[in-house]
Design a protein around this ligand. Structure first.
Ligand code: SF4
Length: 181
């Protein structure tokens, strides 16, 4: 049986959802015969493939680069999974939404810098991806096929989701995970 191509990626997230994926432990071995990871931080491929059967997207859409990436990922993905609370609701990245971008940058890259930066910190701002006014959930930009809440989603829920997709079913995640930790 041909393996399904699985991509995983992150936008504005903390990588905790990917850590939960690694917590599948022996479940990873069970999946190894059926799944090939074709892109993501867990492997060394540098560009998103022309097609991934399933893509797990961690994190909110927070920058112009995120917007460009998620459109590209959607176009190249069969089933797209909104992976974790930041992808589903904006969650932690969305905490900045009540403040103007300039104030967020000032706080993060000047006032909280060690040692504190003099002046406006414009040099630091130039290396930060251009932020959108707000961090938004993935489904506000592209169609999402499956929502997998949790901060992070528990490994058991991730395993169930992948098993269902392998069986050709869109998983019903109700009762298997919840928002928050
Ligand atoms: S949902 Fe939680 S664990 Fe996942 S990226 Fe967001 S903050 Fe991190």
């Amino acid at each position: 049986m041909a393996k399904i191509g699985l991509a995983t990626t992150w936008l504005d997230g903390c990588s905790g959802c990917h850590m939960s994926f690694l917590d599948l432990d022996e479940g990873l071995i069970a999946l190894a015969d059926k799944v090939e990871i074709v892109y993501g931080p867990l492997v060394d491929y540098k560009t998103f493939p022309e097609h991934a059967d399933v893509t797990l997207v961690e994190g909110a859409v927070s920058s112009e680069a995120d917007k460009k990436n998620i459109l590209n990922i959607r176009a190249r993905s069969g089933v797209l999974v909104s992976f974790g609370d930041c992808a589903v609701t904006a969650n932690v990245p969305g905490m900045r939404n009540r403040y103007p971008v300039e104030a967020v940058l000032q706080r993060g890259y000047v006032e909280n810098a060690e040692p504190p930066l003099a002046g406006s910190g414009e040099a630091a701002f130039q290396v930060v991806p251009q932020l959108c006014p707000h961090a938004r959930p993935v489904h506000e930009f592209v169609h999402v096929d499956v929502f997998l809440p949790g901060c992070p989603p528990p490994p058991e829920a991730i395993f169930y989701l992948l098993q269902e997709l392998l069986a050709g079913r869109i998983p019903d995640m109700r009762g298997r995970t919840r928002f928050g930790a």
